[in-house]
Design a protein around this ligand. Structure first.
Ligand code: NCC
Length: 275
């Protein structure tokens, strides 16, 4: 076990973490009539490639950041779960190209089927599947009813692009985190924030990640859109968030001042470097 340098780490991610989404031709989905609702082509051949991309974390430190214009100037913007833009444009911008949602959000108490929050951009859903990349095994024991809710949503919004991440990606990424840490980490998948970051590294030349590594605005406030305080939101409890942040810090091509002042990390797209 050794800690890899930033460039080695980037190569390791590029070589071993494959961004895949479910398509109707994958087993066991070939058996299910509803699977025709899944996009026929994977995400990476449907949207992008993009030059510049922004990943907007939901952290409380986005508040009063004034980063909205800078974020919207990117070719593509990814947001997470129930994070709104309306009323927060000055700080987080208003463009949404991709919204990455966990299966918990899709469970009905979040008004997933009725809220207009989810109707712009391409949706990408994921579920904290058991430590396995086996689709059959996962299909029968998802954490939340991701497939039922997917079918319902697709019937209501047949025109919107909506992908489901292949669970192998989260575990490939988890292994990279574990390999690069000296101690054993919890066997839970990475946060939506890291999944979205790697997703955009597969689609974009340059990825700017905002307030994943907290700036000087660092706060106990969990989300910029709620007045709820819990330091675990930034440090992690279920997700190995602290380790994810350590890894991103090592891969950052930008300066420490960029992090301190703007909460901004700069990562190169996988297509822009050779290994
Ligand atoms: O909070 P959440 O994440 O929706 O935030 C999206 C991503 O932003 C980064 N973040 C957020 C807050 C903070 N203070 N610092 C941060 O760095 C993280 O990278 C985070 O992934 C998730 O990852 O999907 C998560 O979802 C929530 C929750 O399910 C949804 O918000 C819907 O309500 C989880 N919270 C709970 O289960 C209570 C959270 O653990 C992870």
């Amino acid at each position: 076990q050794q800690k890899l340098s930033g460039p080695r780490l980037l190569c390791q991610l590029k070589d071993t973490v494959k961004m895949t989404t479910l398509t109707p031709d994958m087993d066991p989905f070939t058996k299910f009539p509803w699977a025709s609702q899944l996009p026929a082509q994977p995400l990476t051949s449907t949207i992008g490639p993009f030059k510049t991309c922004a990943v907007v974390s939901s952290a409380g430190s986005m508040r009063k950041s004034g980063l909205g214009k800078e974020i919207d100037a990117h070719d593509a913007v990814v947001r997470f779960n129930a994070a709104p833009t309306t009323g927060f444009e000055r700080d987080v911008g208003s463009k949404t190209t991709v919204r990455l949602i966990n299966s918990q959000v899709m469970a009905s108490e979040h008004h997933f089927l009725s809220s207009s929050l989810y109707s712009s951009g391409t949706l990408v859903a994921w579920d904290p599947a058991p430590f396995s990349s086996d689709l059959n095994e996962w299909y029968n024991r998802t954490d939340y009813p991701i497939f039922q809710q997917y079918q319902r949503y697709r019937r209501l919004h047949p025109q919107q692009l909506f992908f489901i991440l292949h669970p192998s990606m989260q575990w490939q990424l988890w292994k990279r985190i574990q390999e690069n840490m000296a101690e054993p980490i919890q066997k839970n998948p990475p946060s939506s924030g890291l999944l979205g970051t790697v997703l955009m590294m597969s689609l974009c030349d340059v990825v700017h990640v905002y307030e994943f590594l907290p700036s000087r605005r660092r706060t106990e406030l969990c989300h910029y859109y709620q007045n709820f305080k819990d330091a675990a939101c930034t440090m992690g409890a279920y997700h190995p968030l602290m380790y994810e942040k350590n890894l991103v810090k090592r891969m950052n091509k930008g300066s420490d001042q960029d992090i301190y002042n703007f909460g901004r990390v700069t990562l190169p797209g996988f297509n822009t470097f050779d290994c």
